[in-house]
Design a protein around this ligand. Structure first.
Ligand code: C5P
Length: 224
């Protein structure tokens, strides 16, 4: 089976405030992208990787990925995450299984990556890792006034890697030109069931400066 991971790494990282595209921010001397590639390689579940980056960083990335044990293609992304994934999908070819994994979830344990690939291999067309929601969830109106309390027992927070059989993901991206905050969102619109596997706290997405504090602490613990 040809198992390809698309790694969208073309985001600007404005919310992180580090003045550089997020995937190229460093953690213990290595970029988030390199940490993410380490996790994907260590899973032993992949055939190859397609990394999607900003155009000005394509050459830099090609050098960075030279040490990766997996074959890596580097392609240029777009304005929205969906555009970046679409660009990656175009070079992923006829892969049997496609994972889409945020570079920003760079400390994702290899065991989670394997769990997602195995669930797709066992017959699920789409699989997302999820965790229970810990906070109470409320809806609000345009003035910030609460309009309701959502039953959090029915909610999950969704991580990556999201896994798909290649045919289904390509069909979703062909069918819908619009953007979505995750790839499973497009597959849902096809009416295909999206299955869940248990996520992992360490697969959190580095988004804000506080996330970087947590990531540094985790890396320090791992390299002890
Ligand atoms: O912005 P957000 O944290 O949701 O981004 C999630 C992932 O998608 C990051 O790894 C980011 O680099 C990537 N991304 C991308 N192209 C964009 C926006 C985000 O590849 N236009």
């Amino acid at each position: 089976t040809d198992v390809v991971a698309l790694v969208p790494a073309a985001g600007s990282g404005v919310r992180l405030g580090e003045n550089m595209p997020k995937a190229f921010v460093e953690l213990a001397g290595r970029t988030l992208l390199e940490w993410a590639l380490d996790g994907l390689s260590a899973s032993g579940a992949l055939s190859r990787v397609v990394v999607v980056v900003p155009d000005i960083l394509q050459d830099t990335t090609s050098r960075l990925v030279e040490s990766c044990v997996l074959p890596v293609d580097v392609v240029v992304g777009g304005a929205e995450r969906t555009d970046s994934v679409r660009a990656g999908l175009a070079v992923a070819g006829t892969a049997d299984i496609v994972l889409v994994h945020d570079a920003a979830r760079c400390l994702t344990p290899p065991s989670l990556i394997t769990r997602v690939v195995e669930a797709v291999g066992a017959g699920a067309s789409a699989v997302v890792p999820v965790l229970p929601v810990v906070d109470t969830m409320k809806s609000v109106d345009a003035h910030g006034v609460v309009t309701g309390t959502v039953d959090r027992a029915t909610l999950r927070s969704v991580q990556t890697p999201q896994g798909f059989d290649g045919v289904t993901l390509r069909r979703a991206y062909d069918a819908f030109p619009e953007t979505a905050t995750d790839d499973a969102g497009l597959v849902e619109r096809l009416g295909v069931d999206v299955h869940t596997v248990v996520g992992d706290a360490e697969a959190f997405k580095i988004t804000t400066p506080m996330d970087l504090v947590l990531a540094r602490a985790l890396v320090a613990r791992r390299t002890q």
